[in-house]
Design a protein around this ligand. Structure first.
Ligand SMILES: NC(=O)c1ccc[n+]([C@@H]2O[C@H](COP(=O)([O-])OP(=O)(O)OC[C@H]3O[C@@H](n4cnc5c(N)ncnc54)[C@H](OP(=O)(O)O)[C@@H]3O)[C@@H](O)[C@H]2O)c1
Length: 225
């Protein structure tokens, strides 16, 4: 925790989060919420100017950079690129991501005749693929079921949903839960290891089905806690 003084006013920054694919809906949505919660956020893009523009309107704490820039300035890096770009993006940044907590929210899905389908992943899941490609990073899965339109909707002050968190590195998972819990209405729930990530990712298919049928942005709630 770091305290910074700006023009006599005291603001608190909880740390810096980088987002790969930060110009997309999910990346911008998470940036908006994390910045409001007190994190500095760097949107990472293949095009720095696109990232700079994407950061506009998300608050003073959000800036835009290259993919490398988003990693180098951050202790926690969220992966929010499409599944098709997952392996290549992580492979290209393997060294830079070493030692960092990498939060993967990528859902390996395809749409066949407009129907969402969970893809089979050789490593078992996107999170496990990240762990294989990034042996020096602390991979955690989270935010798979949080809908970007809700994150970006300023009129939604309480997100009112749980976030399933999976990972093998318990302290890293706890840090991610703390980050999630700092956002009003989100509750992080640790629910397994990276080997348990596949069904978390695939559950998104069911949420998309609900969203289409009822014209909503469905999330999940774990009861009994
Ligand atoms: N949207 C949701 O509600 C939601 C919810 C939960 C999880 N997710 C997951 O979050 C991820 C991002 O979702 P999204 O809807 O924000 O996706 P998106 O808008 O399609 O893509 C996000 C960003 O990824 C970068 N990108 C696109 N194609 C790429 C490629 N071939 N190589 C490298 N980078 C590429 C682009 O940034 P630049 O062109 O600026 O580099 C793009 O703005 C997905 O994996 C999705 O499964 C999404």
């Amino acid at each position: 925790l770091q305290v910074v003084h700006h023009n006599q006013q005291v603001t608190t920054t909880l740390g810096t989060v980088g987002i790969l694919g930060g110009t997309g809906a999910q990346g911008r949505g998470l940036a908006f919420r994390l910045a409001k919660a007190g994190y500095d956020v760097i949107l990472g893009s293949r095009d720095q100017e696109r990232a700079r523009q994407a950061a506009e309107g998300l608050g003073d704490r959000v800036t835009g950079s290259t993919l490398r820039g988003a990693v180098e300035g951050a202790a926690i890096v969220i992966v929010a690129v499409p599944w098709d770009a997952h392996a290549q993006t992580l492979t290209d940044l393997r060294e830079e991501l070493e030692g960092r907590i990498v939060v993967d929210c990528v859902n390996p899905l395809a749409f066949i005749d407009r129907a969402p389908v969970a893809l089979k992943v050789d490593e078992g899941s996107a999170c496990q693929q990240a762990a294989v490609l990034l042996p020096g990073s602390r991979v955690v899965g989270a935010f798979h079921h949080v809908a970007a339109p809700l994150l970006l909707d300023e009129s939604v002050t309480e997100l009112n949903t749980d976030v399933m968190v999976v990972g093998d590195d318990v302290p890293a998972c706890e840090e991610v839960v703390q980050m999630i819990d700092s956002i009003p209405g989100l509750r992080g729930v640790r629910c397994g290891t990276l080997a348990d990530a596949g069904q978390v990712e695939a559950l998104t298919v069911n949420l998309i089905r609900i969203n289409r049928r009822l014209k909503v942005h469905a999330g999940i709630r774990i009861t009994g806690l």
